[in-house]
Design a protein around this ligand. Structure first.
Ligand code: BTX
Length: 248
């Protein structure tokens, strides 16, 4: 089993064997006024990605959602997604996998000559806030740790498929410590994000509800937006689905 244990985390831990979604449970706790707690589940039956997509969460993964109440304006919320992506990528890299970040929230193993990029982890941030202040933030982190990629959608991979399996208790603890460090140094986080990014320098297609932006990703801004150079323009993209295109 995963984290029944005394996780010596910088957050208090609520462990579940089975849960529809750790983000849903974390939202409940957040709405009730709780903070600095992490909800961890051995498996999720209704794990969610962005835009209501499904997130496969079999036993063997790390499914965790952290509730915080950062005293920052809502425009800075995306930085916590970057902080979680940096923390995840760093701990996965220490496990011996050449992980990189795809803007804004995916930890991937980059494409090689034979295969396209494979998704190893994802982050889902949810928030409630007023105009000038975040009320609460839920940062959901899903990592395919010891999961057989056959039980995951196409294009997914896991730590155990790419390298030696990890001790999930230790991994989860390191992940939470890294996230705690990263969230308290957001400008350092943007720097580390840049150095871990697979997206910068790539040709990308960013899908938004009402438009598609295609061009070269050149940088991220101080608030975590992606800067894309198109043939005619330089566009700052704050949200959307980003695909890395193969070079011509
Ligand atoms: P996303 O919308 O970027 O990615 C969702 C897409 O990824 C799916 O449509 C599917 O194609 C693919 N996918 C589904 N499951 C997996 C998987 N296990 N590994 C790789 N690819 C997959 C990414 O959303 C954000 C995911 C956050 C998940 C965490 S887990 C803890 C917390 N609780 C919860 O319900 N969600 C978060």
């Amino acid at each position: 089993p995963l984290v029944e244990y005394g996780l010596d985390a910088p957050f208090s831990v609520e462990f579940h064997d089975n849960l529809p979604s750790t983000n849903a449970r974390a939202r409940e706790l957040a709405g009730g006024g709780t903070t600095d707690v992490v909800v961890v589940a051995e498996r999720q039956t209704g794990g969610t990605g962005r835009l209501g997509r499904e997130w496969e969460s079999p036993a063997g993964g790390i499914w965790a959602s952290v509730v915080t109440r950062p005293d920052v304006p809502p425009a800075r919320a995306p930085l916590f997604t970057l902080a979680a992506a940096v923390a995840t990528a760093e701990v996965v890299r220490e496990a011996g996998v050449d992980a990189r970040i795809k803007w804004p929230n995916d930890v991937i193993v980059p494409a090689d000559t034979e295969r396209g990029y494979r998704k190893l982890a994802g982050i889902l941030t949810e928030m409630e806030g007023e105009a000038d202040r975040i009320a609460w933030l839920v940062t959901g982190i899903g990592v395919n740790a010891s999961v057989d990629p056959k039980s995951l959608p196409d294009g997914a991979t896991s730590i155990s498929a790419e390298a030696e399996p990890v001790d999930r208790r230790v991994f989860c603890q390191q992940l939470l410590e890294r996230f705690d460090t990263a969230r308290s140094d957001l400008s350092g986080t943007v720097e580390r994000w840049r150095s871990l990014a697979d997206t910068i320098g790539q040709r990308v297609r960013v899908q938004q509800t009402d438009r598609t932006i295609e061009g070269t990703a050149v940088d991220v801004t101080a608030t975590g937006a992606l800067i894309v150079e198109t043939t005619s323009d330089r566009v700052t993209v704050t949200a959307g689905d980003c695909e890395h295109l193969r070079p011509d």
